[in-house]
Design a protein around this ligand. Structure first.
Ligand code: GLY
Ligand code: MN
Length: 462
């Protein structure tokens, strides 16, 4: 947890950007896995963490905009809780640590909200992603789960995005800590990428690093030699020399700040010529993304410039043809890179996307493209100093997509399908770094994980 001034200042800023009413923040409850007492590892809601800091289930926070007052609703533990969970600080004491004096039992929240609604006051609430909180919200404000989306407060969402997208120095320190754990994770993966090892053995060792550093993985890890499946969470394959192992993995700190990096590793320590050729294109694309990242530039234009690097490289290998700009304008690159260049990162690995991806990644000036591939770009808007973003280009050979596009005669002016078919078993390569946008450009969060062909090969063989 940060010092209480951090939370007081954040709530103060929030109050200045909301006209009136009450901003309601539902903390996360525990989530049962297969019976009520057998629960998933607890993860607090990130908006609650950002404004109210308390990392325990059973809380709600309220910013009363009209009366300039904050509240925390939660229950003190009773003797049964102490027997099973140990002693806990009182809600009053915990709340004082984040600068909130007004506390009440959780059951008082219903009357508090009902009174405010009866007085005609606006209740601002956010999109809800936990079923338990959807039911709670219906109890509190009478909006059915299916109707929440239509009733959320756009004013509150926009105010939160404007605050959370600019990382404070104390947050950057936490992100650097997450990056240190991320570095250890990826170097460990490289050292383990040898013939005869199962992906799950690597997954176990990597998660252990994250846990030892104080937090969980920041998202379900992708550790697979079938890297062409973008979010492949299965870890059952046995590695063989010549495989490419894609590791997309990050750690959360004990304060819940994330890292998110991807490296692609030659099992056994040597890239084949074919792998190296494609790897160098992805590396050039990643370097281009970093070189172009600076304030005042929109990330979609950087995404498209990076796609041009990919098309140029694939042209040199004979997989693509024709005019590079025209190929990217037509969206032909998306056969090989159907995802976007990156996303915001912070307390969430895809920061604030619970609030709605378009509120975070787009604005009035830049709206989401509807073109296949570019439509998946999570962050398209103009960059500002203080943004923390990922830069994660990739090249994938997805047989089903190759066959679909070929059958539809798509991009015949830009794709050499005969040549592409020689890569059907290739897999995928992605290289992902985390960047802080500065006043003049950008800087890497943390030390760069080995990334050149030589660095990666040497690390595998070390
Ligand atoms: N690291 C997984 C993703 O960005 O989607
Ligand atoms: Mn990512």
């Amino acid at each position: 947890m940060f010092s209480k001034d951090v939370y007081i200042n954040r709530r103060e800023k929030l109050r200045h950007s909301i006209k009136d009413g009450i901003a309601l923040f539902l903390g996360n409850p525990d989530a049962p896995m297969n019976c009520p007492d057998n629960i998933y590892h607890y993860r607090q809601d990130s908006n609650f963490l950002y404004f109210f800091g308390l990392d325990h289930p059973g809380f709600a926070g309220v910013c009363d905009i009209d009366n300039n007052k904050d509240y925390i609703f939660g229950n003190d533990v009773d003797i049964d809780d102490i027997i099973w969970m140990g002693p806990q600080e009182s809600v009053k004491d915990q709340s004082a640590e984040v600068g909130v004096q007004a506390t009440s039992p959780f059951s008082d929240l219903n009357k508090f909200i009902a009174d405010a609604m009866a007085a005609g006051r606006k209740i601002h609430f956010l999109p809800v992603y936990r079923a338990e909180n959807k039911i709670l919200l219906e109890d509190l404000v009478g909006v059915k789960p299916a109707d929440i989306k239509a009733h959320v407060s756009e004013e509150l969402i926009k105010a939160i995005v404007a605050l959370r997208e600019i990382k404070e120095p104390c947050e950057i320190k936490e992100l650097e800590r997450a990056a240190e754990a991320g570095y250890k994770i990826h170097v460990k993966a490289m050292k383990m990428a040898h013939e005869g090892v199962y992906e799950r053995e690597i997954a176990g060792e990597l998660e252990a690093i994250s846990l030892r550093e104080g937090g969980m993985f920041s998202f379900p890890a992708i550790i697979s030699k079938r890297g062409e499946t973008l979010h492949n969470h299965a870890h059952g394959n046995l590695l063989k020399n010549g495989d490419l192992l894609l590791v997309d993995c990050g750690a959360e700190t004990d304060t819940h700040y994330a890292s998110d990096n991807t490296r692609t590793i030659p099992v056994g320590g040597r890239f084949t010529k074919k792998q190296k050729d494609v790897y160098e294109i992805v590396l050039a694309a990643n370097n281009k993304g970093t070189a172009l990242t600076r304030p005042g530039v929109d990330y979609r234009s950087i995404h498209l410039e990076v796609c041009k690097v990919i098309v140029s490289g694939l042209k040199e290998l004979g997989l693509m043809k024709g005019d590079v700009n025209a190929a990217v304008t037509a969206g032909a690159h998306a056969l090989f890179m159907p995802h976007g260049l990156g996303h915001m990162m912070g307390l969430d690995v895809h920061d604030m996307e619970d609030l709605g991806e378009d509120y975070v990644g787009y604005d009035d000036k830049i709206q989401r493209s509807i073109q296949f591939g570019t439509a998946n770009l999570r962050l398209g808007k103009e960059l500002k100093p203080g943004f923390v973003i990922t830069n994660e280009p990739g090249i994938y050979f997805i047989p089903a997509l190759i066959d679909k596009f070929h059958k539809e005669n798509k991009f015949l002016d830009f794709v050499n399908y005969d040549k592409v078919n020689e890569y059907r078993d290739f897999g995928g390569i992605r290289l992902e770094d985390d960047l802080l946008v500065t006043e003049t450009g950008c800087q890497l969060i943390g030390k760069r994980i080995p990334i050149t062909v030589e660095e990666v090969e040497n690390t595998v063989l070390s």
